[in-house]
Design a protein around this ligand. Structure first.
Ligand code: ZN
Length: 258
């Protein structure tokens, strides 16, 4: 998920302030804006992920530190994989900030909605917030955290590539129904980005197909994230495509983003 509406507006202001510095020197191009950012983003023109190795580190039950090390390592993989895609797109890139928490926290987007969200990307503090919950702490082989961090990273990618700022602008003054429709395109794209990354490193994880099938099976839909069958569709589409090129939800028919 990501923090919406008021936070989005705040995020928009912050991103406008920062956009002057987002144009990097050298071969980088300016971050796209408007409709171009959504439907013709240079990130869609990049190839498959180059780095296909991402070993999962061992975790110990109820040992938060071992979980943080595990997640830090996944962040290294994500930074490498996405950094290369941004280089191909000739878009400026930097690593996101990330905070691993086990309960309540104060974020730039307000109080972290513990008990509701497994993770959150906040545009205001440009930080990925990842919740390690007590069920996950009991099961060091669980796969959910992997999926959550890959999804929230997807929102960071959207922010850096100009997609979130453009969507924020499009939803300003929009009706609730229209704003929800835009939010679903954002969320389903993050799902597709996560599927693409997970698929690209899957063979190196030493996991059974069960973990992936289980993730798809447990997927629940809601009005902001889309119907379960559409979330599954975009997760699988990313997984099969191994690249953000297959994740253009902003050009997808309404039925695929319902
Ligand atoms: Zn999300």
């Amino acid at each position: 998920m990501r923090k919406s509406f008021i936070a989005l507006l705040m995020g928009l202001i912050v991103s406008l302030l920062l956009s002057g510095t987002a144009v990097a020197s050298g071969s980088a191009r300016p971050v796209p804006t408007g409709k171009t950012a959504l439907t013709k983003n240079p990130i869609y023109a990049t190839g498959e992920f180059d780095f296909t190795e991402c070993k999962e580190l061992n975790r110990q039950p109820d040992d938060v530190d071992s979980y943080k090390i595990y997640l830090d390592h996944l962040m290294d993989c994500l930074n490498l994989s996405w950094g290369e895609e941004f280089a191909q797109a000739k878009l400026p890139f930097g690593k996101p900030k990330v905070r691993f928490i086990t309960g309540a926290a104060r974020t730039g987007c307000g109080r972290y909605p513990a008990g509701y969200a497994a993770g959150m990307y906040c545009q205001v503090d440009k930080t990925m917030w990842i919740l390690i919950d007590k069920h996950q702490l009991k099961d060091p082989s669980e796969f959910e955290l992997f999926a959550v961090i890959a999804h929230e990273y997807g929102h960071y990618v959207q922010d850096r590539a100009g997609i979130l700022p453009a969507a924020d602008r499009a939803t300003r003054k929009a009706s609730k129904a229209t704003a929800y429709a835009w939010t679903r395109r954002i969320e389903l794209q993050a799902a597709c980005f996560s599927g693409a990354f997970i698929g690209s490193v899957w063979h190196s994880l030493g996991r059974d197909q069960f973990d992936w099938d289980d993730l798809l099976e447990r997927t629940l839909g809601d009005p902001l994230h889309g119907k379960a069958k559409n979330i599954r569709y975009w997760l699988k589409r990313g997984w099969n495509g191994n690249a953000p090129a297959v994740c253009n939800t902003f050009s997808a028919p309404a039925s695929k983003v319902a």
